[in-house]
Ligand binder design. Structure first.
Ligand code: GLA
Length: 496
């Protein structure tokens, strides 16, 4: 009898725990409106479809600009929802009076039970083309270098910002160090006209004149679109207008296109990523203008295996970077399996640089720069070049580190872990190697680089510390130095 009572007690406890603590249930479909007004006058909208089990939430968010499976929790009235493979929630808020109120990536939203008027209109399905190989465009023989507006400016980028940034690329020495692309990311797009042309919005009154200005400075201009109907920021994109948009980019004098999956995920499944990217690869080549093709689909569908087949010069391997240690190190580690696919003309891209944006320490930014160089990543600065500090300059403009990134052999280093230390070795075209030891731990400690592990053809003749800018001595076939927490020891070592 005692046993039976405790079993009943446990059952009751189980039932109580399975209920949402607040007694509320989010199960259903919700229509959300963000407090972000687009150039078209529309507000950003999205639909949350969710099932609640106990306090666990599972479902999907379909927005104007993207779609993702989501999961999360409801604790009391408070919900936190994350998407993609991110642990960090991007939708948070409270459930009260039959409404959800909160923020999506920091922007306020209100969501109500959906009505027919809130549904995102379904567009006609355009069949993906048959596969074929798009010939190599001859560009990006070394990883592209430049600046991109997204990490710092997001929707605040405009013509004046781009012009002053181009000026600063020269006065700061960035251009002469190899940073030549000035790339406008999302939020430049206006509203497609009756002829199907997509003009820029009021922030970019004359894109051709802007390209002429950027070119007159010895720089190149990049732009952004999506194979879906909308960009990730909900602006109009290239779905069904690929050739027309590519021709317009060429007519403006664009030299680089970042093509971001975004709302293509509302129309297509991931098994057609390859033909969908091929469509724009073909369209760019048909323009006859050399345009670097940058694929941005967060590493889905084994892009490293087919990215170069669609004429891609680089492809993202991960979700978005943010200006914090865990995100930076996580991105570069996630792309380790893609190493065999990097090489001249086609690069793995762990996302743009955050150096100088203020939320990592100088040691962490030096590690960021060193790792991007070791893995032959594109170097696209994401900070305000016009106002950068001397320390930021000393990191972005370290020519000895840039030379590692730009080495013509184009090999991507892979790491070997030993306790808190991670050692990355990159073979270089002249037979020397670059070796970086990163301290992942929370305390400074001694890192040793052993010549034997560098697989050089002979004994070490020359070793140089690329951050201290001085030669170091490999006594007895090894070199040891103290590396601060999250810092790096980066050497170039040669046996000739
Ligand atoms: C996605 C990309 C980012 C940026 C934004 C713009 O999140 O991964 O790099 O281009 O879209 O909306």
């Amino acid at each position: 009898m005692r046993m039976k009572l405790s079993a009943v007690f446990l059952l009751l406890c189980g039932l109580i725990l399975a209920q949402p603590v607040s007694g509320q249930d989010l199960t259903g479909r919700w229509a959300a409106v963000n407090n972000i007004k687009l150039d078209s006058g529309e507000f950003q909208t999205w639909i949350l479809q969710v099932t609640q089990t106990g306090s666990e939430l599972k479902g999907k968010i379909v927005a104007m600009g993207f779609a993702t499976d989501v999961k999360g929790t409801l604790t009391g009235n408070h919900f936190e929802i994350s998407g993609w493979e991110d642990k960090k929630p991007f939708v948070v808020g409270d459930f009260a009076n039959g409404e959800l109120r909160g923020t999506q990536w920091g922007s306020a939203f209100v969501a109500k039970p959906i009505t027919a008027a809130d549904e995102i209109p379904k567009l006609e399905y355009i069949e993906p083309p048959a596969l074929h190989k798009v010939p190599y465009n001859g560009l990006a023989k070394t990883p592209p270098m430049g600046w991109n507006s997204w990490n710092l400016f997001q929707n605040k980028v405009d013509d004046q910002t781009v012009r002053t940034m181009a000026d600063a690329m020269i006065s700061s020495g960035m251009r002469d160090a190899g940073y030549i692309y000035v790339n406008i990311d999302d939020t430049w797009e206006g509203v497609r006209d009756a002829q199907g042309n997509l003009p820029a919005n009021h922030k970019f009154p004359d894109m051709k004149a802007l390209a002429d200005y950027v070119h007159s400075k010895g720089l190149k201009l990049g732009i952004y679109s999506s194979p879906g109907p909308r960009t990730c920021g909900s602006y109009q994109a290239s779905y069904g207008h690929e050739a027309q948009d590519a021709n317009m980019f060429a007519a403006w004098g664009i030299d680089y296109l970042k093509y971001d999956w975004c709302s293509a995920g509302n129309i297509y499944t991931n098994d057609v990523l390859h033909p969908i990217y091929q469509k724009m690869g073909d369209a760019l080549q048909a323009t006859g203008r050399p345009i670097v093709f940058s694929l941005c689909e967060y590493g889905m569908g084994g892009v490293e295996k087919w990215g170069s087949e669609v004429g891609g010069n680089l492809w993202r391997t991960t979700g978005d970077i943010s200006d914090e240690w865990a995100s930076m190190i996580g991105n570069v580690e996630k792309q380790v399996p893609t190493a065999p696919y990097a090489g001249p003309g086609h690069w793995n891209d762990p996302d743009m640089l955050e150096i100088g944006n203020g939320h990592m320490s100088d040691d962490e930014y030096r590690t960021h720069m060193s790792l991007w160089a070791l893995v032959a990543a594109p170097l696209l600065a994401g900070n305000d070049i016009r106002t950068m500090s001397d320390t930021t300059k000393s990191i972005l403009l370290n020519r000895e580190v840039i030379a590692i990134d730009q080495d013509p052999l184009g090999k991507q280093a892979s790491p070997v872990k030993n306790g808190d230390f991670e050692t990355w070795v990159k073979p270089l075209a002249d037979g020397s190697v670059a070796v970086g030891v990163v301290n992942l731990g929370s305390a400074a400690g001694p890192a040793t680089i052993t010549a034997r592990n560098l697989k050089l053809p002979g004994a070490v003749k020359l070793a140089r510390d690329l951050w201290a800018h001085k030669d170091v001595n490999f006594k007895g076939g090894a070199f040891t130095a103290t590396v601060p927490s999250h810092g790096v020891l980066l050497l170039r070592v040669s046996s000739r």
